[in-house]
Ligand binder design. Sequence first.
Ligand SMILES: Nc1nc2c(ncn2[C@@H]2O[C@H](COP(=O)(O)OP(=O)(O)OP(=O)(O)O)[C@@H](O)[C@H]2O)c(=O)[nH]1
Length: 310
Amino acid sequence: MSSGKASDTAPTDTVQGGPVNIIMIGMAGSGKTTLMQRINAHLHERKQSPYVVNLDPAVSKLPFQANIDIRDTVDYKQVMSEYNLGPNGGILTSLNLFTTKLDQVMQIIEKRAASTKYFLYDTPGQIEIFTWSASGAIISNTLAATYPTVVVYVVDTPRTASPATFMSNMMYACSILYKTQLPFLLAFNKTDVVSHEFAVNWMSDFEAFQQALSRQEECFMNSLMQSMSLVLDEFYSHLRVCGVSAMTGQGMDHFFEQIQDAVREYHEEFKPNLQKQIEQKRIKEQQQKEEHLKRLMDDLAVSEGKQVDL
Ligand SMILES: Nc1nc2c(ncn2[C@@H]2O[C@H](COP(=O)(O)OP(=O)(O)OP(=O)(O)O)[C@@H](O)[C@H]2O)c(=O)[nH]1
């Protein structure tokens, strides 16, 4: 687990390699929107105004002005009534409709890239709609193929203080990390209410989590959680963690240090892997084309041979 190191330079200034996309993901009420607002204010204070994109069609009020807002493109309530959908189906369909215009969004982002360091994306609280849908994957893959992209998984720390809620949140985070394969930062939010130290302790010390479990009433869930914590041990060892309060602003410098570390991972691991995959795909397609051409030539030779025989 990486908790990052303190540095003398302002962390928002030291991000290298052009603009950075920060995608905020987290359960409903974890504080994604409030944290976006905090990051926005933090960057404005440092004269580094970010470009803000709202991808949540169902949000009623935003505490900041979004530069691109999905609600300007699709009316979520109209989508629900037009396609006879429930709230989740409405959000998913709205996101699909928005994704059809992603090329226009990318053009805008590319135009702004020279003058903007941070692009922030707020996503719906129904996590699975973004992380497990085709449109969510298209959006994050397209962003990551163009610029360094970091997934920030926001956790409601006070609500994660029991071993059971902690474990389910970590399972969620783990599945998102493996699904997106993008540089990842686990941001424990609301540390003004409860410090995230207990979580760091549980993640770095398997025994400490077991002890917390043993203090709970004996139930079937305990043995399940015991086994799962063993599995998650490997996941924790690759994880970048920080504690923040979107309300008070504490932890913002460490947050940006961790973003910087995630950008380094993007350049050193994610981008070379992506280029390798693209190259492998190109070679495979080339081979398929050559095989297809060879089959055509063989067929032609056979049919010409038959004509000669006749
Ligand atoms: N004390 C405290 N409250 C916070 C903090 N961050 C957010 N909240 C509160 O938590 C509640 C939910 O915050 P939101 O920012 O709307 O959460 P969200 O994750 O965007 O929620 P959805 O839009 O439903 O996905 C609000 O009442 C916020 O005021 C924090 O750092 N500390």
